[in-house]
Write a protein that binds this ligand. Structure first.
Ligand SMILES: [Zn+2]
Length: 179
């Protein structure tokens, strides 16, 4: 029955694990939603289990939900903000702090940025002089080509922070539409 692309059930050692997507009702700070729940069911013994990739996807969905409830920038919004500032992930971490892989984790919803980090990013995005200050604090000259992944200098174009409004969902209905 099985082929090499399917995982053998570690419980019975005979069945194949069939990936499923269920619904996971969750609650956080009084807000409720249903998140996708990734797991697998053995077609022989019927046991339900989740592998590392499924566990990661489930955890990311929960982190993303908590970010929405807390009014923090989503992972996609952090990525969009960083790209609009023309910063590589490692350079953004030097400027804003959080450690070398912080932005990879924020942007993939592996972890939620702190409220302080969230405000700092919004401030830097709205105020070029604040970003310049942070760059100098990090020892990065604004003329240094290494901190930018674009050939054009920053702030030659408008960079209003339009993403912010989407992270402030309506208090009554903002969370029930989530997949
Ligand atoms: Zn089994």
């Amino acid at each position: 029955m099985s082929n090499k692309h399917e995982k053998i059930c570690p419980v019975c050692g005979e069945g194949c694990l069939r990936p499923q997507v269920g619904k996971n009702p969750v609650e956080y700070k009084g807000k409720t939603t249903e998140l996708d729940l990734h797991y697998s069911v053995c077609d022989a013994c019927g046991s339900e289990q989740a592998g590392p990739d499924q566990l990661r996807a489930n955890k990311r969905a929960m982190v993303a939900f908590k970010k929405r409830v807390d009014g923090l920038l989503s992972g996609a919004e952090v990525r969009a903000l960083r790209r609009r500032l023309r910063l590589k992930q490692a350079v953004a971490a030097r400027i804003f702090g959080g450690g070398p892989v912080a932005f990879s984790k924020y942007e993939s919803d592996d972890v939620a940025q702190s409220e302080a980090m969230d405000r700092l990013m919004r401030l830097a995005a709205d105020m070029p002089e604040a970003l310049d200050y942070l760059r100098r604090r990090a020892g990065l000259e604004t003329t240094d080509p290494h901190w930018s992944d674009a050939v054009v200098p920053p702030f030659t174009q408008p960079h209003t922070l339009t993403v912010v409004s989407s992270s402030c969902p309506d208090r009554e209905t903002g969370y029930r539409k989530c997949a």
